[in-house]
Design a protein around this ligand. Sequence first.
Ligand code: SF4
Ligand code: SF4
Length: 447
Amino acid sequence: MITVRLKKGCKLNIAGKPALETEVLAKPSHVALVPERIPFIKPRLKVRVGDRVKIGSPVFEDKRNPEIKFLSPGGGEIDVINFGPRRVIREIVIRVDKKEESVRFKPLTDQELETTQRDDLVRAMTDGGIWPFIKSFPFRDITDPQGRAPGIFINLGDSEPFQPRPEVYLQGAAELFEFGVRILRKLVEKVYVARRPGDSSIINSLNHLITHTCHGDYPVDDPGVMLYHSKKSSEENGSWYIDGQDVLHLARFFKTGLYPIERIMVLAGSQAHESKHFQTRAGVPLTELAQWHKYKTSGVRFVAGGLFRGYTGAKNSYMGFYENSLTLITQGDNEEAFGFIRPGYGKPSSSKTFLSCFNTSELALNCGLHGELRACINCGYCAQVCPVDILPQFTYKSVIADEIEESLAHGLLDCAECGLCTYVCPSKIELCARFKQAKAAYYKELV
Ligand code: SF4
Ligand code: SF4
């Protein structure tokens, strides 16, 4: 058992954490795939408007590698395909039939799994549209089906408080999870599963699978952070990772022979009227998850995919392939009257600038920059929280100067894309976004 003790990171005291209570959402009339929010892929459409699809029919493939396919999360008719600037495919929307049909894939019993060859398993996963759940370091792109890795990290839960909790999605599914881990063991030599002390009894029941114990604050259980603190050789830098809930999708696919569309998602944030878990399906409309028809208010930003790593989604958009959480927070771009003399007892801040440093209650976050764009003041707060020991302020300077070699020397590729440096920065510099862009640009040069 490896123990990871994260001394940096950040205790997040932000209002709107989802309760463990779970509500079942009604079947939506439309679902969608959102290729625009899948990093790196170049989608090639396999359908046109008006085509009939079943759950599990191919909708698009990745031009870079046509083995990587994305399947329909609904059975019905392709209602609309939305394009963005330069014909970027934004969304493929499916009008869902009352009685949906599903494509049938070959299921696998426990015994058959033992005798199945690795290549056959990979082919079944690519044909079944579940291969994209596996991503690889350091660029966090979808793994090459022909590639190999020394190990795979399973992200069981997330110390970000706005993601589905493992004790909810693992409820009654511990055996299924174990089956998923056995599938992964056929692909890679080592499967790593991490837990935090004090986790629930469901996670205790999986103790025999646990390889890492993580102590510390967000983002201690991020697979990139676990890798950084436990790797013994540079070869491990090419490890793979998968989210805990996606292990269940993998297992369900092979158990049932059906493309898995069930999802546990959360609605969170200070502007969500009911911050809790929802049992719903892939590609659900943001407004349905937010129950917008009941509570509509103005000045709210929809962040799909997690407060620290997600994307701002248009209200009429849909949950993307990797997104299981929707956070609603205020825009916060209004000027505060006499803001300069207010003590800021209710303003969340990592620095000691406001009186909120004495306030232990959860505080509502907003998206306001609190002023104009500002230069780095070399306060060093970003370096104090960075979980992988990068000095973000210096890395940022080399990134904006296009000094890629210097950025790499600063540890750019170790960046876990956790967003903490941006969160704590008093100048509100978009450090994490720039690091992601720089990593992506370097990756494009390599491939
Ligand atoms: S550089 Fe920023 S985004 Fe990257 S790991 Fe460090 S704190 Fe997180
Ligand atoms: S937190 Fe922001 S202002 Fe402070 S050193 Fe880092 S980048 Fe500069």
